[in-house]
Design a protein around this ligand. Structure first.
Ligand code: NAD
Ligand code: MG
Length: 341
């Protein structure tokens, strides 16, 4: 079994003795900056000129500067800009201020793994990647808990990069849940694979295909929505809490028999072969190149697909049904509240 680090494994003083810059105040940025502040770390937030997040950050008691000034002041720079913006911001505003003794941190390995950002050798380069969205990183921290996280060291110029990174993860609340060592390659490749094949791509395609199959067969879209989308969370919660067997214990024997005998017919050898192709496109860099090119071109295909997705009937019926179930989204921070400019 791999080693997991918990609170007693981290030295909280290491990160408190440093000056930290959190670049960006979106999903991850707001959570890192606020958790570090509450953990007694000297933290400033680096934002663009005219950023709409400035006010929110200042209201949370954080000092806001430009990305360049934050990078110049700090000796630990956590890059929480969108992955597609990181290279340009790094080249123009971060790199000129990096020197020996500094530590450059990421929450995802994309730009290092695919060679978009190449930091100078005298700088530590590490990662703290929470395995959950930013609003949970913040909420669990305020509840005295945390989100499990991965840490990795790409460059250890100082010889103490790992201990410093663990100390940062501790201030973030991650050591309350468990911190696992990984590499930039493993984190990046498994993260991309997971979101493409299982968590995002696989799941949304499965939900939509199930919904379409039922509607095409003449069933009410409302029934199809409840069955294929709404109930997903209930099942996933059981798996999250108790694993697959625990979930199967809670469903009926009929459901369990259908699960055991029919599931492998849906996720068959064809799907597995396609999963291996996705993984190979990730590892050989062709997915990364496609995405980098798509961004250079102004994201035409991405924006078109995003708009088409919003028009899908499962979304239309879902909007109507969720309005009648305000409790479904009550108490949850809305996406707009935790991200943006
Ligand atoms: P986000 O889009 O929610 O937030 C990005 C922030 O950067 C926003 O405040 C935005 O206004 C600001 N920004 C954008 N361009 C900028 C620029 N050129 N200069 C200055 N500021 C700029 O991003 P996110 O989802 O928090 O992702 C940040 C990093 O965290 C990424 O590396 C991502 O892969 C990683 N990550 C995200 C999650 C998640 O749950 N969202 C989970 C794990 C890791
Ligand atoms: Mg991820």
């Amino acid at each position: 079994m791999a080693t997991l680090y918990y609170e007693s494994d981290a030295d909280p003083s290491l990160i408190r003795d440093r000056k930290v810059a959190v670049l960006g105040y979106g999903s991850q940025g707001h959570a890192h900056a606020r958790n570090l502040l509450d953990s007694g770390v000297d933290v400033r937030v680096g934002l663009r000129e005219g950023s709409a997040s400035r006010k929110k950050a200042e209201e949370a008691g954080l000092r806001v500067t430009s990305v360049a000034d934050a990078s110049a002041e700090a000796d630990v720079v956590m890059v929480l800009l969108p992955d597609t913006e990181q290279k340009a911001a790094y080249d123009a505003e971060v790199a000129p201020h990096l020197g020996a003794g500094d530590c450059l941190m990421f929450a995802h390995g994309f730009n290092i793994r695919f060679g978009q950002i190449v930091p100078p050798p005298e700088v530590d380069v590490t990662m703290v990647a929470p395995k959950g969205p930013g609003h949970l990183v913040r909420r669990t921290y305020t509840e005295g808990a945390g989100v499990p996280s991965l840490v990795a060291v790409h460059q250890d110029a100082s010889g103490s990069a790992h201990a410093l990174t663990l100390s940062y993860a501790d201030a973030l609340g991650a050591t309350r849940a468990g911190v696992l060592d990984t590499t930039f390659a493993e984190e990046t490749e498994t993260d991309l694979f997971g979101e493409q094949a299982v968590l995002c791509g696989g799941m949304t395609a499965l939900v939509m295909a199930g919904f379409e199959t039922l509607v095409e067969a003449g069933y009410q879209p409302e029934s199809a929505y409840f069955e294929c989308l709404h109930e997903m969370k209930l099942i996933v919660d059981l798996m999250y809490e108790q694993g697959i067997a625990g979930m199967r214990y809670s469903i009926s024997d009929t459901a369990e028999y259908g699960d055991l005998t029919r599931g492998p017919r849906i996720i068959d050898e064809h799907v597995r072969a396609e999963m291996r192709r996705l993984l190979s496109d990730i590892r050989d860099g062709s997915f990364a190149n496609e995405w980098i090119e798509e961004n250079r071109a102004g994201r035409p295909n991405f924006l078109k697909l995003r708009e088409e997705g919003k028009q899908h009937p499962v979304e239309q019926v879902g909007r109507r049904l969720r309005e009648m179930m305000p409790f479904v989204s009550s108490g949850k921070e809305r996406v707009e509240d935790v991200s943006g400019g």
